[in-house]
Ligand binder design. Structure first.
Ligand SMILES: Cc1cc2nc3c(=O)[nH]c(=O)nc-3n(C[C@H](O)[C@H](O)[C@H](O)COP(=O)(O)OP(=O)(O)OC[C@H]3O[C@@H](n4cnc5c(N)ncnc54)[C@H](O)[C@@H]3O)c2cc1C
Length: 302
């Protein structure tokens, strides 16, 4: 189970005691508040708190544009304008605080996003739970032959069984030794801060992660992308679904301009213009490298 009984009790208590507020609330987000969304085999994402909504983005933008915003009649149009023109600070007026439970190797990718506030479970202070990420059968794949950073074809049944056996056995043995090093009653035992060092990177950790909407969009753009590693992408997708309910106009603009959009170099744009005029442009006549041309064709094909 992803949530411990104590965590479930905390959620139940928080959701059963609503408090009145004069602050703006987002109805779509209230449904998510405190509730956990399962991710991977033992992980979850849950919203602990949030600030702002689509209206807060517009309110901040109107401070900078004053009467100028009168030309943009509705909030959705204004938000799309801001997203289109990279006027990003109004999006920073919204914040979200998440509680995330995730494998350590996913946390290592995640923590590279420096524009968030993080507080992680302390394995110096507390004993880690015996919970390890073991990939589902359909995610066990071989090294990709075309992408050095990714995975390719699925492992054959026999190979998958061999790999799973290693993953499970190593996780179990490492945790048994972790417990043995910490020591039983009467043994001196090794400090937790040292005993943890033989635990594998598929053990789960937990943290609170607070970020503003602008930087969250940057995170989602990179980590909900189909090229991101599956194990972090599923977290990003779970968060994206929450954000879509929280700030539907901002999320719609993000999906349209960032997730679904593409950035073209000046050379690529020139090729598009030549194509529109009827010219047959090839990689050789494009001025692009083979890699650039492959990606450009990918953008055009969709
Ligand atoms: C597909 C993929 C592959 C990757 N591969 C690797 C890899 O092989 N090795 C590796 O080490 N990392 C790798 N990364 C991590 C990547 O290089 C970034 O560290 C990570 O995506 C966080 O992005 P960020 O720095 O833009 O985000 P944030 O840290 O959230 O920063 C947001 C923006 O704030 C600004 N900023 C924040 N802090 C600073 C600072 N100290 N100085 C200057 N500007 C700052 C930058 O403009 C930055 O874009 C990979 C990421 C992806 C998505």
């Amino acid at each position: 189970m992803a949530l411990s009984p104590e965590q479930q009790a905390e959620i139940d208590a928080l959701r059963s005691a609503p408090s009145e507020t004069l602050r703006a609330t987002a109805p779509g987000m209230e449904r998510h508040l405190y509730n956990a969304h399962d991710v991977l085999d033992h992980g979850f994402v849950r919203v602990i708190d949030y600030m702002g909504d689509d209206a807060a983005i517009c309110q901040a933008a109107r401070v900078s544009y004053g009467k100028g915003t009168k030309s943009v009649q509705n909030d959705e149009g204004l938000i799309r304008y801001l997203m289109r023109h990279w006027h990003s600070t109004p999006f920073e007026m919204c914040e979200i605080k998440l509680h995330v439970k995730l494998p350590v190797f996913v946390a290592r990718q995640w923590i590279r996003h420096r524009t968030a506030n993080v507080n992680e479970y302390s394995a110096r202070y507390s004993i880690l739970d015996r919970e390890f990420y073991i990939p589902a059968r359909e995610h066990l794949a071989a090294q990709s032959t075309v992408n050095n950073q990714g995975r390719g074809e699925l492992l054959a049944d026999e190979e998958a069984a061999r790999v799973l056996e290693i993953l499970k056995a190593d996780s179990a043995r490492a945790y048994d030794n972790y417990q043995a090093m910490i020591g039983q009653d009467g043994q001196q035992g090794l400090a937790r801060e040292l005993a943890r060092m033989n635990l594998p990177a598929n053990i789960y950790t937990q943290w609170y992660w607070k970020v503003d909407l602008h930087n969250l969009f940057h995170f989602l753009r990179l980590r909900a992308d189909p090229h991101a590693q599956y194990e972090i992408r599923v977290y990003a997708e779970a968060i994206a679904a929450v954000v879509a309910d929280w700030v539907p106009f901002a999320y719609g603009a993000f999906e349209d301009y960032r997730m679904g959009g593409a950035t073209l170099s000046a050379t690529a744009l020139d090729c598009v213009r030549r194509m529109v005029k009827g010219e047959t442009v090839t990689q050789e006549t494009s001025g692009m490298s083979k890699g650039e041309w492959r990606e450009f064709e990918g953008v055009l094909r969709g």
